[in-house]
Design a protein around this ligand. Structure first.
Ligand code: SF4
Length: 325
């Protein structure tokens, strides 16, 4: 059985959990191609106009997968931490895709809501596993293997690796090199949803560009759960949405930490939650620190050259401030 997983949205959070899980169930995992203009154009054609860019792109990824797989994995992600919910577009994802794209294969759209219990993730995986085999032992073994791989992945991200750097190490079993931070380089916190930051096409190569400029980059995925939780208590009120909260808490963490020279917030055009997320980060940066902040809004027309010029100017300004330039 070939299971299709779109390389967007929760992919950058969960792929190292899902891949060994499905393989342990005897399935072949097929991932959609790396995002590109053709995929986004196809997604724009299939989606309602007011959807955000990541949702449009998801439709492109699904279109690219639909004829290559027997079953599509598009779970209904409701809560991933037992407290916050995901944005409404995640909640309605399987329905939105089903009504927009024709001739889809079967969809695994089981609901994952960690508000139900601490063990809901394993119950969810067990339910999904039963669609592939009646052998309970095989499902449990696949869950155990997936958990192991996933906790290694989380450690690699906390070590400062991006998903693109962590995935090959998970496959090869190698350990990461010692952190290559250089003392006199500037350090930037780049904030945003994982599906915006780590998708090279959506972010118009932002992380790569910063590294080429010799910048040390840190992201929300490099902040521990313990530190994020600590930051969640510093605001009078948190937002409703899982990924937005993590971006705000990570911003709080880096603002208080005072080890970063600047922050870039990558926001997605058409994202309702981002209007608030961006405002909150702006207010916190203005009121509680001297750390410069730049926002970049990404949409389907964002040009690489425009972003590159702004990023270069921002990096030069920070280098000058630090006396490097
Ligand atoms: S949080 Fe924003 S960018 Fe992400 S899916 Fe929801 S509306 Fe789109």
């Amino acid at each position: 059985m070939r299971v299709g997983i779109p390389m967007t949205l929760s992919f950058f959070t969960f792929y190292p959990l899902w891949k060994p899980f499905f393989e342990g169930l005897g399935a072949e995992v097929v991932v959609s191609p790396i995002s590109n203009k053709a995929l986004l154009d196809e997604g724009v054609k299939e989606t309602v106009n007011d959807a955000c860019v990541p949702i449009k792109l998801l439709h492109g990824h699904v279109s690219a997968l639909k004829d290559k797989v027997d079953i599509l994995f598009l779970p209904r992600l409701v809560s991933l931490d037992g407290k916050n919910t995901l944005c409404p577009k995640f909640l309605g994802l399987p329905d939105m895709v089903r009504y927009s794209i024709s001739e889809l294969p079967e969809i695994i759209e089981n609901r994952l809501d960690m508000k139900k219990s601490r063990f809901e993730l394993y119950r969810f995986m067990f339910r999904v596993g039963q669609r592939f085999t009646d052998n309970k032992l095989q499902i449990l073994r696949a869950i155990w293997q997936a958990r192991y791989n996933f906790s290694r992945y989380r450690k690699l991200l906390l070590h400062g690796l991006t998903p693109a750097e962590a995935f090959p190490l998970l496959e090869s079993g190698e350990e990461p090199d010692k952190a290559a931070e250089t003392g006199d380089a500037i350090k930037l916190a780049v904030l945003g949803y994982p599906y915006a930051l780590y998708d090279n096409y959506v972010s118009v190569g932002l992380l790569k560009k910063l590294k080429e400029h010799g910048v040390n980059v840190v992201t929300p995925e490099m902040v521990s759960e313990k530190d994020l939780k600590k930051m969640s208590k510093t605001l009078p009120k948190n937002l409703f949405w899982y990924y937005s909260n993590r971006v705000v808490w990570a911003a709080q963490h880096y603002l208080r930490d005072q080890t970063v020279d600047g922050m870039i917030h990558v926001t997605a055009f058409g994202c309702g939650p981002d209007a608030m997320t961006n405002r909150l980060i702006e207010l916190e940066a203005k009121e509680n620190s001297q750390i410069p902040l730049m926002s970049i809004t990404i949409d389907e027309h964002t040009g690489e050259a425009g972003v590159a010029t702004r990023v270069e100017a921002f990096v030069d300004l920070l280098k000058r401030k630090k006396g490097i330039l």
